[in-house]
Ligand binder design. Structure first.
Ligand SMILES: [Zn+2]
Length: 85
């Protein structure tokens, strides 16, 4: 007949608790690691819109110095701006 003394039961309960919380902690770490990996992969791949958008040429305004899209450039408001209003 095994001896189920109170001291041994407390030690057994402590061991079970350590294993249980250790397991839950490991699960949580794994969950966070997986979420981080997904986030990194998502950022590395980029959003679909950003990937499919073609590069647009920019031209510098000789009057104000700002860069505007070459297609459909608009005047910045200055009188000597080369772009149409
Ligand atoms: Zn301008």
């Amino acid at each position: 007949m095994p001896d189920f003394s109170l001291g041994k039961l407390i030690v057994l309960g402590a061991i079970i608790a350590v294993v249980w919380y250790g397991w839950k902690y490991a699960q949580r770490v794994e969950q966070v690691r997986r979420a981080l990996k997904e986030e990194i992969d998502r950022r590395r791949a980029g959003t679909p819109q950003a990937r499919n958008r073609p590069a647009e040429d920019l031209v510098k305004c000789t009057a104000c110095g700002i860069y505007v899209p070459a297609q459909g450039a608009r005047a910045c408001g200055r009188a000597d701006c080369p772009w149409p209003r």
